[in-house]
Design a protein. Structure first.
Length: 179
């Protein structure tokens, strides 16, 4: 079935979705599955979505949104997981502003309950269910000599670097990943 998306969540960014997409009624309950959902309500608190271009947009009741199934553990937000089974018509929640979709198990009193969405289906490309894991950056074991990270580390001595950089120095040595 073809649907027109009102909003494309930033979590789907590497998939480079268009507004017109195909969805299927089989929804794999797996981390990274791209799902199309309909907003069932609006919220004044925590009712925005970061779009694929980086802009924040208010979620309006009835919006058709592309998001991604996932878990979330948060001290100042919503905690949720992927249900073991998902069917078209199920009610799930927007767990963060990036567009992670799951079933909320704990909410922060400051934010109220998470925004409810109805599952319309899983996104299909070429008849195959889309999972953002297939769009991840390839693992790198070396840094190109002209990369920004390589240049940044070559100009700072490890002892003078902030703690975060010192941790990275422990992993990266002479452009090789030791992790």
């Amino acid at each position: 079935m073809q649907v027109k998306l009102d909003k494309i969540a930033s979590v789907t960014g590497r998939v480079h979705l268009t507004r017109e997409v195909e969805i299927g009624n089989q929804v794999p309950a797996e981390r990274g599955t791209v799902v199309v959902v309909e907003a069932l309500e609006e919220k004044s608190t925590y009712g925005e979505l970061e779009l694929d271009g980086g802009r924040l947009a208010r979620i309006i009741k009835g919006d058709i949104i592309a998001g991604v199934l996932g878990e979330r553990q948060a001290l100042k937000g919503f905690v949720g997981a992927i249900p073991t089974q998902i069917s078209v018509g199920d009610t799930l929640h927007v767990l963060n502003m990036g567009g992670v979709i799951g079933k909320c198990s704990s909410a922060n009193a400051d934010f109220g309950q998470p925004l409810k969405v109805r599952v319309l289906g899983a996104l299909l490309i070429g008849g195959e269910t889309v999972n953002i894991g297939r769009y991840s950056l390839p693992w790198q074991t070396t840094l190109a000599a002209n990369s920004a990270l390589s240049k940044a580390f070559s100009s700072v001595s490890p002892s003078a670097a902030p703690a975060e950089a010192q941790m990275a120095f422990g992993v990266w040595s002479d452009g090789v990943c030791n992790a």
